[in-house]
Design a protein around this ligand. Structure first.
Ligand SMILES: Cc1cc2nc3c(=O)[nH]c(=O)nc-3n(C[C@H](O)[C@H](O)[C@H](O)COP(=O)(O)OP(=O)(O)OC[C@H]3O[C@@H](n4cnc5c(N)ncnc54)[C@H](O)[C@@H]3O)c2cc1C
Length: 404
């Protein structure tokens, strides 16, 4: 029997859901309603125009760990559709996917347009109707069917609706009116604004393995040591972006004014002190400021040691135990005041959205409203950078499409 399936939002999750639903059920009428005059606009700009479609992480448990919100719920979902399914899906449609050294995966064309072209042609072939400039303004239930009122002043009835509107505040309000709880949205994936003489003018320098944590935090985030980059506005790099994602809610609650502790060398204080003592003993005539240890970039080392010792001329032999203690602390537990945030390469995601407790992740169906489904960023799911956000969109969209 023919059914009418309406997908609200013509982004990554919307197209993936529509194509898979229409292909599986050729008799269904599948329609995408998109409020703006273009579709897939975030896919277009994603990954710096290259579209980082997924990540080379093929173990569901490992993969789920990249989601500060959604880890538990996505675990089961990833057993149904994961990065290897994503790669196969695209390759079966002639889009080859390559892996970069850090695990990020892109179309070999290095162009997001390849993904867009694939979606547009697949949607056309599957008979998906795409209606642009058709925003959804009201959602209600009429005689067991979902009723959708649009900006074009039409009322459409659907047997099933998949909401894939990303972080649209208006749609979250509509969903609240239907009885859903929406977790308040806050930004995730941002860099930290730090104005401090220890890093001033050193933009571009990176420390490969730094450990960073939020001072006095209520939560202990299990973030592995990773690269820390100094920028003209403060601190960035994977170590900071991960902390911004895991701490998104806590940091929003303090208006992004907080303190962090940086361990520049990813070693404990005693190990660092021992190294200084070794140099005092074995290389007494070497100048401290100009002999960087622990792979700290030269200019950063020079800045940190000179400020800490209040001298650029001291040799290792001149260091007192007290100075070694102080230098060791500066390298392992350096405190920095963060005053606000900046956007990372215009790439950001929103933490918050439809409360996951009200969605059955085996089907992606609402537990509150029958025949209502969710996929993508409209949910309270988000990840760190690396292709994980799109993977969540593909996975949830695929499950919703197959259930319908
Ligand atoms: C600059 C940038 C780069 C990124 N790069 C990457 C990357 O390389 N890899 C990665 O994994 N993630 C990346 N992300 C995150 C990724 O883009 C999102 O996680 C993903 O787009 C979410 O897909 P979605 O379909 O849920 O939402 P969206 O892509 O935001 O799509 C939602 C759609 O719904 C439409 N809509 C909203 N309200 C209505 C309404 N009332 N009626 C009808 N339509 C409506 C919107 O216009 C939009 O077209 C990036 C994000 C940004 C901002």
């Amino acid at each position: 029997m023919s059914k009418s399936i309406i997908i609200i939002g013509g982004g990554a999750a919307g197209f993936f859901a529509a194509i898979n639903c229409a292909k599986k059920n050729p008799s269904y009428l599948v329609t995408i309603l998109e409020k703006s005059s273009s579709v897939l606009s975030k896919v277009k700009i994603s990954g710096g125009g290259r579209c980082n479609v997924t990540h080379a992480c093929f173990d569901a448990k490992e993969l789920a760990k990249h989601y500060p919100r959604g880890e538990k719920q996505l675990l089961g979902a990833f057993t149904k559709f994961n990065p290897s399914n994503t790669i196969d899906w695209f390759e079966q449609r002639g889009v080859e996917i390559k892996r970069e050294d850090d695990g990020r995966m892109f179309p070999v064309s290095d162009s997001s347009q390849t993904i867009i072209d694939c979606f547009l042609s697949e949607a056309k072939e599957a008979g998906v109707v795409v209606r642009m400039q058709t925003g959804v303004e009201k959602l209600s239930i009429t005689n067991n069917q979902l009723s959708i009122h649009t900006s074009t002043n039409e009322t459409l009835l659907a047997d099933a609706v998949i909401v894939t509107t990303g972080s649209s505040h208006n749609v979250w309000t509509l969903l609240e009116k239907l009885g859903h709880k929406v977790i308040a949205p806050v930004p995730s994936l941002f860099t930290f604004n730090v104005n401090d003489e220890r890093i001033e003018g050193l933009q571009g320098l990176a420390v490969q393995e730094a450990a960073v944590k939020i001072c006095n935090s209520k939560s202990a985030f299990n973030i592995p040591p990773s690269a820390l980059l100094i920028t003209h506005t403060g601190l960035s790099g994977p170590a900071i972006l991960r902390l911004s994602a895991w701490g998104a809610r806590e940091l929003a609650s303090v208006n992004h004014q907080f303190e962090i502790e940086v361990n520049w060398v990813n070693k404990d204080l005693n190990a660092v002190k021992e190294t200084f003592k070794f140099f005092r003993q074995n290389h007494p005539k070497k100048n401290v400021a100009s002999n960087s240890l622990f792979s700290v970039p030269k200019r950063l080392w020079e800045r940190i040691t000179t400020l800490n010792l209040q001298s650029a001329t001291l040799n290792f032999a001149d260091l007192s135990n007290q100075q070694i203690e102080s230098l060791g602390r500066e390298l392992t537990v350096a405190r920095f005041k963060v005053s606000g945030k900046s956007t990372f390469k215009d790439e950001f995601v929103t933490a918050g959205g439809v409360d996951l407790a009200e969605v059955d992740f085996r089907t992606m169906q609402s537990k509150i409203v029958p025949n209502l489904y969710f996929a993508g960023e409209v949910l309270d799911v988000d990840a760190i950078t690396g292709g994980f956000n799109f993977q969540a969109a593909w996975t949830t969209a695929f499950i919703a499409s197959q259930t319908i």
